[in-house]
Design a protein around this ligand. Structure first.
Ligand SMILES: [Zn+2]
Ligand SMILES: [Zn+2]
Length: 257
């Protein structure tokens, strides 16, 4: 919670060597408690909170600490660990990219924008956004605690889907973190992955959470919109997994989340 983040940032309270602004604590708290771990959502959040870029290393440090602590607590929560890991992995990749391009005289915000747009790339024949898929698959693959049952079932279900096919890794992660009801009944924004997508492309019905997300995706979407509109609806693609596979992904108390 926020108090824990506060303690990691300021181990000596007001007398700590460095004092971080309140909004930094709030940012980390929001980042780690949400259902929205999609890489584009994370980047958009960083862009909206540019102050975070001044404390890049500290942000990684805190999320890493939260992740490690989650694993070591007595009532360790597997889904919380997995989610924190995915957020940590995405942040590391994003900042690795930003740091590697700093010499090119570009503003960090501009670099975040480049990284994000690369995740949105989609070609007419593509069912999914492949760069985003690859990033999330890599995140799952790199999860360091292989004895986690949740991780094992997720990794298995991801491996069953051929790269480029549906369901996306994003959806499989949502499925294992928050349960089938959430994954199946929500519409996820094509751009940023949030679950409350109430808008849709008028032609092909691709869901979006807001006009901004639709606008961001338009340069890529306009090339595949016709193709998508022509396709039979494969939205319930998660059903392509066998009954047993689905059951193995449902944990006892995931139903109510
Ligand atoms: Zn969105
Ligand atoms: Zn469309």
């Amino acid at each position: 919670d926020a108090k824990e983040i506060e303690r990691i940032l300021h181990p000596q309270g007001d007398k700590s060597e460095e004092i971080y602004p309140k909004e930094f604590v709030t940012f980390i708290h929001d980042l780690t408690k949400t259902h929205d771990f999609h890489p584009v959502r994370i980047i958009l959040n960083i862009m909206e909170n540019a102050h975070v870029l001044e404390h890049e290393k500290k942000l990684l440090f805190v999320v890493d600490m939260l992740f490690e602590r989650q694993l070591r607590t007595k009532e360790s929560n597997e889904s919380q660990s997995l989610k924190l890991w995915i957020i940590l992995f995405i942040l590391r990749e994003v900042f690795k990219f930003v740091d590697s391009k700093k010499e090119e005289n570009k503003e960090p915000k501009e670099l975040l924008d480049i990284f994000m747009k690369n995740l949105l790339v989609q070609n007419p024949e593509d069912l999914i956004k492949k760069n985003s898929e690859l990033l999330l698959r890599n995140a799952v693959r790199a999860f360091p605690y292989h004895h986690s049952i949740l991780f094992q079932t997720l990794a298995k279900s991801v491996a069953k889907v051929q790269f480029g096919n549906l369901p996306t890794c994003h959806k499989l992660i949502l499925y294992s973190l928050f349960g089938p009801r959430f994954a199946e009944t929500s519409k996820f924004c094509m751009t940023c992955g949030v679950s409350s997508a109430k808008k849709a492309c008028p032609k092909c019905k691709t869901p979006y959470c807001c006009p901004e997300c639709q606008k961001l995706d338009w340069p890529f979407h306009k090339k595949c919109c016709d193709e998508i509109a022509k396709r039979p609806k494969i939205e319930s693609s998660i059903k392509e997994l066998s009954e047993d596979e689905l059951k193995s992904m449902i944990r006892p108390n995931s139903e109510d989340e």
